[in-house]
Design a binder for this molecule. Structure first.
Ligand code: MLT
Length: 244
């Protein structure tokens, strides 16, 4: 299995080969929140880069739950922002979630034509690695959502964490394809015993702390506490998969 890391969606190739998979990572907080929503029983999650399209969809499906943020702040009129800790099973269980976020939703949109698309975070990184080890795609693109076209250390560390787990599960039967992947592994190795410390120091972590959401950082820094794979079933739409 070949693995490359892309520090933001604009560095992705335009087309994907048949045997490839894209894994989108937005540790703070979109892909962590997706894992939480599925762990609370959400039926499906549909991602939108543009909030107007999401609101149109909600009008035609009034039972759906609108979740969204811009620059970390809840979008007025939405049921929830992007905090994983705001969600409850009463609110999301069995529901369709319509979700828009500043970077994560755009990252998903930019790779939604890949043959297999997953989303990953620290909280579900081990089960994502297991899923990839079972499926054995020839090429895995780890797509960091970044921040507005730039680099985010927490997403790169998430990519490094996933490679670390994949190397263990496959007994090092992976081929590291670019220097971004090497750097991501080094970043994870440096911070793996204090991921919360990394999230507190990175620029989006500091932004979220200013917005009063340090508890989100603490939760998003937990490794391997959720066993659900968010798998794209049609462009932008994700369903939960459990590996038995
Ligand atoms: C994003 O997509 O940019 C993030 O998930 C922002 C956030 O922390 O809500």
């Amino acid at each position: 299995m070949k693995i490359s890391v892309h520090t933001n969606p604009s560095s992705m190739p335009e087309s994907f080969s048949q045997g490839s998979a894209a894994v989108v990572i937005d540790i703070l907080r979109a892909t962590s929140t997706m894992a939480m929503a599925f762990s609370l029983g959400a039926g499906s999650i549909r991602l939108f880069a543009r909030r107007t399209l999401l609101m149109e969809c909600h009008r035609s499906q009034p039972g759906s739950v609108m979740l969204g943020e811009r620059d970390g702040r809840t979008i007025p009129g939405f049921h929830f922002g992007n905090s994983p800790l705001e969600l409850t099973s009463e609110a999301v269980s069995g529901k369709q979630i319509l979700m828009t976020t500043t970077n994560g939703a755009r990252a998903v949109e930019s790779v939604s034509h890949a043959p297999v698309v997953l989303t990953a975070a620290f909280v579900n990184r081990h089960v994502i690695a297991e899923f990839l080890a079972i499926r054995q795609p020839e090429q895995v693109y780890l797509v960091c959502s970044g921040w507005k076209g730039g680099y985010s250390a927490e997403d790169a560390a998430g990519a490094g964490a996933l490679i670390h787990a994949l190397e263990k599960i496959t007994d090092h039967d992976v081929s590291i394809e670019n220097d971004e992947a090497l750097a991501a592994m080094a970043l994870f190795n440096t911070w793996q015993s204090d991921l919360h410390g990394l999230l507190r120091r990175c620029s989006h972590g500091k932004r979220l702390i200013r917005l009063g959401t340090d508890n989100d950082l603490r939760w998003c820094s937990k490794l391997d506490c959720i066993e659900i794979v968010p798998l794209q079933t049609s462009p932008g739409c994700f369903s939960p998969v459990v590996i038995s």
